[in-house]
Ligand binder design. Structure first.
Ligand SMILES: NC(=O)c1ccc[n+]([C@@H]2O[C@H](COP(=O)([O-])OP(=O)(O)OC[C@H]3O[C@@H](n4cnc5c(N)ncnc54)[C@H](O)[C@@H]3O)[C@@H](O)[C@H]2O)c1
Length: 433
């Protein structure tokens, strides 16, 4: 009873769902020390170290790797890794037989090469989102994961938050009637600059950091943390938060292994020359083959059917809209146009979705059992593909038709060239072969 009350007080989840949650068994823990896989962290910044702090409950951290010696040393100290476990080049980490799990916490443009190298070396992987820099990278990754039977978790941890699962289960079971429209509210990106080049700090191997991206100079604001506002490394908020919320939108829409058929993206602000170049304000309209439409907008943008924001700005989160009303979910709350949309329990025999209430625990459980994690590679790839489609449409400045089965633009040679990007040598696929 105590567990039930504690969950209910903090979350505004309906009572029937809370009862279900509290009835679940405790998070599985490794049974003994030798059940613990060896873990290596590649990319020792804020999120990587956060993931590693979580992962160390399920294994032993034996190696850390970063192209910035300061981050590498800090992580080694934090996780008690000896000097022999510190690496500047992730390829060396992959050679270690006592490393079973790779945590990929690099910036987006390095995820795929690190992950492919890990797959080839037989490691299992927890990789941060946005899973890829391009759709073509995702296609390669999914193929490799399947071929090598890698246990792969995408770091889209909202999947393991019961609020999001509840919203998706209700929508998938027709609680709103036939789903009509989804509004995804993402943060507005920063619009700042210009930023002059400055010398890179001596502890950072800047050329390695830039990797496959075109040769850009180091600037105060294009490295740690800020890489995500630059198109060469990422896609701005459209891919950063887009990875999270588009993932939930796809889950609720039942298209997590597919994607939209049309995309029409618009950048709504002129970016400052020499400043951040990933679009800060945007509206992207999608259509799915099942008739559902979806608007992905930054929070400062007003959308026509914005039911939750009362005609003002669009709140951060996902709004599912159908003839019976709406359900809104974000990291803090779940609410609906009428209480009964949430309060009525799902009937026996209703479609229930993959249940994980701890993203990292789910991953390590799958490492042990060889089952498929809740956000495996294809799901991560399809979620971020939605974001990449939006970025491509915004940058091309026109609507596009997408074939989610073939994963290519329909009869559009120019757009299909955007499925990949030129990779700067030596940091192309040959770097890891
Ligand atoms: N799941 C979430 O909620 C969440 C939250 C924040 C960030 N992230 C994701 O985590 C990733 C990292 O973000 P962050 O905020 O920690 O960035 P960060 O800049 O703090 O850390 C990235 C680290 O990777 C290192 N790095 C760069 N290239 C490398 C390479 N080739 N090999 C080894 N290390 C390399 C950098 O030096 C840096 O230490 C991003 O993809 C981001 O989107 C996810």
């Amino acid at each position: 009873m105590k567990v039930t009350a504690a969950i209910a007080a903090g979350s505004a989840l309906p009572a029937w769902f809370v009862e279900e949650l509290s009835a679940q068994t405790a998070t599985p823990k490794p049974r003994m020390a030798n059940d613990k896989p060896g873990i290596a962290l590649v990319g020792c910044g804020g999120q990587g170290r956060g993931d590693c702090g979580w992962a160390k409950n399920f294994g032993n951290v034996v190696a850390v790797c970063d192209v910035d010696a300061k981050h590498r040393d800090e992580a080694a100290k934090q996780f008690n890794v000896p000097d022999s476990g510190k690496y500047a080049d992730f390829r060396k980490v992959m050679e270690r037989q006592d490393v079973h799990v790779i945590l990929t916490g690099t910036p987006d443009h390095w995820h795929t090469l690190v992950n492919l190298a890990a797959i080839q070396a037989g490691k299992d992987i927890y990789s941060e989102k946005p899973l890829t820099l391009t759709i073509s990278e995702g296609q390669r990754l999914v193929k490799a994961v399947r071929e090598h039977k890698t246990v792969f978790q995408t770091g889209s941890q909202q999947r393991s938050d019961p609020r999001f699962r509840l919203a998706c289960e209700l929508v998938r079971n027709g609680r709103l009637g036939k789903l009509e429209h989804i509004i995804v509210g993402l943060p507005t990106g920063p619009r700042e600059g210009p930023f002059p080049p400055v010398p890179a700090p001596p502890e950072l191997n800047w050329d390695f950091y830039v990797g496959q991206a075109p040769p850009v100079e180091y600037k105060v604001n294009n490295c740690h943390g800020n890489f995500r506002w630059w198109y060469c490394f990422s896609g701005g908020q459209m891919t950063d938060w887009g990875a999270h919320h588009n993932d939930i939108a796809q889950w609720g829409n039942g298209t997590e292994r597919s994607g939209p058929v049309e995309v029409d993206g618009k950048g709504l602000v002129q970016m400052i020359p020499g400043g951040y170049d990933a679009m800060a304000k945007y509206r992207i309209d999608f259509k799915y083959a099942n008739g559902v439409t979806m608007a992905v907008v930054d929070e400062s943008t007003v959308t026509d059917r914005n039911v939750v924001g009362e005609g003002k700005s669009t709140p951060n989160g996902i709004q599912f809209i159908g003839p019976n009303g709406w359900i809104f979910v974000n990291r803090g709350e779940i609410k609906a146009s009428k209480p009964e949309l949430l309060d009525e329990a799902l009937p026996a025999g209703a479609l229930r979705l993959y249940k994980s209430d701890n993203h990292m625990a789910n991953f390590f459980e799958c490492v042990r059992t060889r089952k498929t994690p809740i956000c495996e590679a294809e799901i991560g790839h399809r979620s971020i593909s939605v974001a990449h489609l939006g970025v491509i449409s915004v940058r091309l400045g026109r609507p596009l038709k997408w074939n989610p089965d073939q994963e290519e633009f329909v009869g559009d040679k120019e757009a299909n060239q955007w499925l990949s990007r030129p990779m700067r040598k030596p940091y192309d696929y040959s770097f890891i072969s």
